[in-house]
Every structure is written in C-alpha cells, then in structure tokens.
Design a protein around this ligand. Sequence first.
Ligand code: FAD
Length: 234
Amino acid sequence: MALELEARISEVIQRTYNVKSVRLKIDSVIDFKAGQFLSVTLLNNPALKRYLSISSSPTEGAYLEFTKRITASDFSKALDELKPEDNVRIQYPMGKFTLGESREKLVFLSGGIGITPLRSMAKFVVDKNLGTDIVLVYANRSIKDIVFKEDFDAMQKAYQKLRVIHVLCEPDPSFKCLPGLINAQLIKSEIKDYLERKFYLCGPPPMVEAMRKMLAEELSLAKDNIITENFQGY
Ligand SMILES: Cc1cc2nc3c(=O)[nH]c(=O)nc-3n(C[C@H](O)[C@H](O)[C@H](O)COP(=O)(O)OP(=O)(O)OC[C@H]3O[C@@H](n4cnc5c(N)ncnc54)[C@H](O)[C@@H]3O)c2cc1C
C-alpha cells in the first residue's frame, strides 16, 4: 500500500548541469524495494505532480532521494527553486521494476535520466554484497551528461561484480567509453554470456521499446528475461 505524507527536503544535489537530486528527511523510511518510484507534488503549486523513481537505495536508510532532469516545464521550474527545509508531498512506494529474489546475472541498459532506478538497485546490491553479477551499459550524449558518474566509479571499486560500460555519442579521448549507441553488436562483443542474463531496461518509452525489440529480435532473448520501466512523459 502506498503511503502519502509531507516530507522535508534535507539536501539538494546538482548532479549534472541539468539534473538535480532532492533528498527528503524521513523519520522512519517505510519499506520500499530498490527500483520503485514515488509521486511528488510541489506545495508551491499543488497542481504540479510527477512520478519519479527513487534514486536512493533502501540501504541508505536516513533519507529518500529522487533525481529529476530539469526541463523547461512548469514542474521543473518550480522544483529547481526548492531548497532545504521546504516541504513536498509524496506518495510511495509504487512499481514493480525491482530485483528478483534469486541472485541471477543481470544487465542494466539505460540512457540519460533512465539511470535512477538502476542506481538504486546497483547500490542495494553493492551495500548488501549480494554477489549478483551486474553489467551496466549506460548511454549518454557526452561525458557531461553522465548522472551518478562518481557514484558508479565508487561502487565498481567497492564491488568486483559490477562492470560499468559507458557509451557516448560524443566520446571524450581522455575517458574510457565506447562510441555511438547501444546496439546488438555492442552487447554481443562486450557481454559474452548475455543469453544467461536478465536485462533491466529503463528510460524514455521510445528508447526502451527500441532496446526491447533489439534484444528480442536480434539477440533472441526470452521475453521473461527482459524487464522494463518506461519514463512516460519524456
Ligand atoms: C515510473 C516513472 C518513473 C520516472 N522516473 C523519473 C526520474 O527518476 N527522473 C525524471 O527526470 N523523470 C522520471 N520520470 C518522468 C517524469 O514523470 C516526467 O514525465 C518527466 O520528468 C518530464 O516532466 P517535466 O515536468 O520535466 O516535463 P513535461 O511538462 O512533462 O514536459 C515534457 C517536455 O516538454 C517541454 N515543456 C514542458 N513545458 C514547457 C514549457 N512551458 N515551455 C517549453 N517547453 C516545455 C519540456 O522541455 C519537456 O522536455 C518517470 C516517469 C515514470 C512514469
């Protein structure tokens, strides 16, 4: 059952030039699963409500975090003005885009802001030292668009079974990455055991649909091994 409450902002973190994380201080964070989402209503304009993934992990108990790409929308503009001690109304937890019970080998495929629920899941696996083997393939336009870059660097150092592959349309010669877009050839050459893995896809609906089609039709992945979350609205 989703709970509705008013929560106080404890911190606002500028993640990239156009992405912000907002941390909410919650006295007792109710159980949620890594990968679930919440709704956020802004009190300075109650008509403004959006669904946003929880980018923190249940292991980061003292706060709940969501992370939003700041666009030209009225919601984004109002969110951009929020500061610590302001309140927002939230409803959570919602959604079924979560880790399974078993410790399967996984691939996370994402682009841009679609990383948020996958960051939560990766952090959960790393903090709990679950032993789950994860390859994250994360596509962005350029290095300055990578959200949670330092965070994933730290997670890779702390946990040997997490491998992060950055894919950039505009590669930077000083940064380890693959050029272009995520495609079947890239998956085949970088993830040899891809047929043994469960794929989690998250991002704007056209990207998720293109990835799902590529996995099913070009790589013959079973339907049950493709789990998706669509960021309706992008
Ligand atoms: C389950 C789920 C989880 C999600 N998780 C996340 C998440 O973690 N992070 C996240 O960022 N999003 C997430 N989304 C998407 C989110 O809910 C919004 O749809 C999305 O962020 C766009 O909202 P917006 O207010 O920025 O833009 P919208 O108002 O929805 O507008 C969309 C586009 O129109 C343009 N636009 C809108 N108003 C104006 C204006 N007045 N002038 C000019 N241009 C305008 C904007 O440039 C914007 O790109 C999620 C969605 C779902 C369903």
